[in-house]
Design a protein around this ligand. Sequence first.
Ligand code: 5AD
Ligand code: SF4
Length: 439
Amino acid sequence: MTVSLCGRKVFVRTFGCQMNENDSEHIAGVLLRAGAVRTDRPESADVVIVNTCAVRRKSEEKLYSYLGRLSRLKRKRPFVLGVAGCVAQVRKADLLTKLPFVDVVVGPDGYPDLPELVVRAAEAPEVRTELGPVWREIGAEATARENPWSAFVPVMEGCDNYCAYCIVPFSRGREKFRPLANILAEVRAAAAAGALEIQLLGQNVNAYRDPGSGLGFAGLLDAVAAVPGPAWIRFITSHPKSFGDDIVRAMAASPKVCRALHLPLQSGSTPVLGRMNRGYTCEGYLGLVARLKESVPGTLLTTDIIVGFPGETEDDFQRTCDVLREVRYAGIFSFRYSPRPLTAAADIPDDIPLEVKRRRLVELQALQKTIQVEANRAFVGRDLRVLATGPSPKGAGRFSGRTEGNLVVNFDAPTDPTGRFLTVRITGSGPYSLHGTAV
Ligand code: 5AD
Ligand code: SF4
């Protein structure tokens, strides 16, 4: 059935990761293709879609307070309210019973049907959360990209790893790979539309296999790098256990593959990694980092850390701090463990007291801050190539951008360089960013 949303105003709000940002581009894309128009304010919208993140308890709590605000808004002025994404997928019909002002609940595989669901919601609330075994593609032509110069291109979705703490295998389902030909067609289309940077996306991109030929992630990187146009290629997220030496070689072989890698560690203690079901040891992880640093010199690493996983001793926690000192990450994302529904760890006692989790997080972040202060200082005086991303949010310079290593640079420039490459002379640094002047 084709339905029309002719002239209806849609507002899409995104919580969570890059995969969700890209999904929101798909959500907006299918609704616009059905005739809707965008608005940047929920107050003036006829349709509001909230794309949600379930990964940590805090992400879900933030969502409920946002939905509370929308329900008050809806009392003043009716609109169709859809909850999409990971919380929709794991909470399903419960959302409708607990939050009666929600009209549509739609998981990641339901986005192609959104126009129909939105139209029908006017008659009765709808839940669409079955996850299929194959990739349900939304073509590049229906993707309403936020930034044409930096294109997200999904390559796989879902996860088969079942890390003990992680809800993703339940919210996104099993691993599904997109055919290589379709990925390359999207990369070419993005390049033709002016993309300077391609960001390949998936929960565990290193596991990629082309369903037709069986070609793996290293081959995919080679093929994407061969597409003329984009100067930078990034990929997220990697899993240390699936990061073969062929991928290290593919990174080294192409200067277009950015010397930046997000490589989640989670814990520096091998026993904790074992209980987390991560599939590698601390030594194995450090070995991979050493091979990377040797074969792809200058690579800046970032990571994810969980503190206070059940049974984490002070000594386990200190092993994590040791890894931070050894690897010297350019940035970390660190979280206090929170039990999530459906996961294996939800069945074991959450035995680390909140004060201990808090203290460990503070200590970890303070250590990392000193590492970043030192590391960032080393860039002062250098000229760096920067992709300008927009006005600076902090006013530390007039514009903001990112380096190949994914460092944030705030800088002054005579004209707005958003969406272009430029060279910035670095004149100062802080723990979380560099600053300078366009040259
Ligand atoms: N508790 C805390 N952090 C979590 N993460 C995933 N699940 C949990 C959880 N239950 C973190 C991991 C992951 C990142 C996206 O979120 O570090 O890599
Ligand atoms: Fe979650 Fe582990 Fe899969 Fe990452 S690899 S999405 S942490 S289950």
